[in-house]
Ligand binder design. Sequence first.
Ligand code: NAD
Length: 378
Amino acid sequence: MSSKNFKIAALAGDGIGPEVMREAIKVLRVTEKKFSFALQITEAPVGWAGIDAASKALPDATLALCKQSDSILFGSVGLPDRDPTIPKEQRPERAALLRLRKEFGLFANLRPVKLPKELASICPLRPERLGEGIDILVVRELTAGLYFGPKSTEEIVELHETTQQPRSYRKAVDTMVITCGEIERIAHVAFQAARQRRRKVTSIDKANILENGALWREVVTDLGKQYPDVALEHMFVDNGAMQLVLRPSQFDVMLCENTFGDILSDEAAALGGSLGMLPSASLGKASAEQMFGLYEPAGGTAPDIAGKNIANPIAQVLSAALMLRYSFGMVEAAVAIESAVGKAIAAGYRTGDIFQVGEAETRKVGTREMGDAIAAAL
Ligand code: NAD
């Protein structure tokens, strides 16, 4: 990758994917001109679109394109009502998305949640809880912990203590496993992201109960010494869940193990008001200053609104901004896209999911108009 020339695999997928991807590419094209860099964007089918085009949710040619690219801009995949006879392993959610995560060793999931003040009314919290506003980045470990440790379900047969009659029951075991190396690499991502933000990391663990948590806290504390310019605090996960709804403005970067991050990132997402606003990044192998990433909206294919030009393209547009920031180091361009989104909202543009009847000086618009408004604000 030359410093100002980037290759992007654009995989729109299913449902609203193609509609919102079109707007993200529109915005990227404006950004490219404004900031004088070159984007080679190649579109390819994935999901049901991949099955229709090449009988596979992740066609070989699509995977090959991703391997030749500097990052993947992903829409979403999966249509629950399509062909129930196709087994789970071949359905898009597993055969495309999980396969890509594995193929590119995507170990860090980043989910920013930012609530513009104009949208305070769509936040489920009372306005007085919002303080200076919500601007949180949840950094979640994606490949270790409870979801990937050894697991089993077994039938146990034993004799009852008093009656001595045999009785049986089923027992399920999940194991939480994490290594120092896995903690260090995700913590580096969190500290480096904090340097591009308000320089505060809140590390989430359960160090008072779990061995995993104690190791997590020890390793993060040690590694934090390499980032003296970033403030580090530790919080137990139960308190973290509570603080998110009591005083969300205290958080900048929340650094979480896989399971805790899964739960807290959805809790934080709810504060953002609509899935249509929330981008995400999944980052892979670290190089000195750039990371390979898959960038996608936090939501799915929204089959209920697909093809109607009513989906909110902001999550996809902000995913493209994350790509510029984290994979290409084009921070200024990323900030420009994010502030263009802010301007479109401040100017009153609302897709259906963020529109409130009776709100003054707002206008309900479609997917294309929202994309046009963001591109114009750039
Ligand atoms: P969903 O996120 O697609 O939709 C949930 C609700 O949010 C719907 O009412 C939808 O209309 C709304 N919504 C989502 N994105 C929106 C947007 N940009 N603008 C306006 N409204 C939006 O979740 P679901 O209905 O549970 O799943 C539908 C399909 O998507 C399933 O097949 C699921 O497996 C898949 N899915 C894929 C991904 C992915 O590709 N990463 C993620 C989640 C779900």
